[in-house]
Design a binder for this molecule. Structure first.
Ligand SMILES: Cc1ncc(C[n+]2csc(CCOP(=O)(O)OP(=O)(O)O)c2C)c(N)n1
Ligand code: SF4
Ligand SMILES: [Mg+2]
Length: 292
């Protein structure tokens, strides 16, 4: 049984995916660029709006589903992934995309990130990584660099930060990439690959918060961007992990890791077929007797 969503041939344009809501993000926020990439990716893939679901948690970035003309759920803080998982299992033909912030996905939602990745749920997950809790006014997040001053770490962040891609690779995600929001073309291409990947595809998008992390961040980060080496073997886990501990003056973008394997739904379908081939499932008495 195929679980690949139907790709229609309707001539969708970016305009078709815009809702009447106007984004309330601060002028210059990286999330505007991410939203543009989402529009372009959906239009390029001709994703039918009624066959597409975008699920988020809570945060500035989690407002994104409201701005896209597909099904959308702006759920609870940290809960985008379990909801996306349930939706995909219940309706395998949907394109399911989970989105949200670094706080949403790696702090309160960190446990769900772990399980979605190891289960290889067939969804795309985009984190808009601004290294801060934007919505709640600038507290330190799991990706805030060690030593940085924030509203909650006045004398410097005492905690070391997480690289979300390193985490995803280690946890079993079958596709992992990094993007820079300011590079809309590159981010769009990575989103398209993530959406069409079969399995858990994780894209960490560096999306500057101009209010709490510095209004010149877009300008400062752009020259640090460089693509993964042309000869990078994306099936090589060790090589992929090396891209997650690079010097601070580098921001490598592109697909770091890709190693397709059976998705959670594939596994469940296989188990169901195997179980239905068994002549008679053991009865209650037999099961209880096995504990005696
Ligand atoms: C259960 C719960 N705890 C805390 C909050 C408060 N809260 C809302 S958004 C947020 C963090 C947002 O940061 P992030 O996910 O990085 O999104 P950003 O605003 O940076 O895009 C917090 C702590 C909440 N809404 N619900
Ligand atoms: S507070 Fe930061 S993340 Fe939130 S909208 Fe403003 S710039 Fe964007
Ligand atoms: Mg954030």
């Amino acid at each position: 049984m195929t679980t690949a969503p139907h790709i229609a041939h309707a001539p969708y344009t970016v305009q078709d995916y815009k809702t009447d809501l106007k984004p309330v993000w601060c002028p210059g926020c990286g999330d505007f660029a991410v939203l543009n990439s989402v529009y372009r990716a959906l239009a390029d893939l001709k994703c039918e709006p009624h066959e597409t679901l975008i699920v988020s948690g809570i945060g500035c970035s989690s407002r994104l589903p409201g701005y896209v003309e597909t099904y959308g759920i702006n759920s609870l803080h940290g809960r985008a992934l379990p909801i996306a998982t349930g939706a995909k299992l219940a309706a395998p033909n949907l394109h399911v995309i989970a989105v949200g912030g670094d706080g949403d996905g790696l702090a309160i939602g960190g446990n769900h990130f772990m399980h979605a990745a190891r289960r290889n749920v067939d969804i795309a997950y985009f984190i808009m990584d601004n290294e801060i809790y934007g919505l709640t006014k600038g507290q330190a997040a799991p990706t805030t660099p060690h030593g940085d001053k924030t509203k909650s770490t006045t004398y410097g962040n005492p905690e070391i930060s997480i690289d979300p891609c390193a985490l995803a690779i280690s946890l079993g995600a079958s596709w992992v990439a990094r993007a820079f929001a300011g590079d809309v073309k590159g981010t769009t291409e990575l989103m398209k690959e993530a959406i069409t990947h079969h399995g858990f595809a994780f894209l960490n998008i560096i999306s500057p918060c101009v209010t709490w992390r510095g209004d010149d961040l877009m300008k400062l980060l752009r020259p640090l961007c460089r693509p993964v080496a042309p000869d990078h073997d994306r099936t090589d886990r060790e090589a992929a992990l090396r891209y997650t501990s690079e010097p601070d003056d580098r921001l490598t973008v592109g697909v770091l890791f890709s190693s397709p394997r059976a998705s959670l739904l594939d596994e469940m379908i296989e188990i169901r077929e195997r179980a239905s081939g068994v002549a008679m499932p053991p009865g209650r008495g037999e099961i209880l007797a096995s504990f005696a």
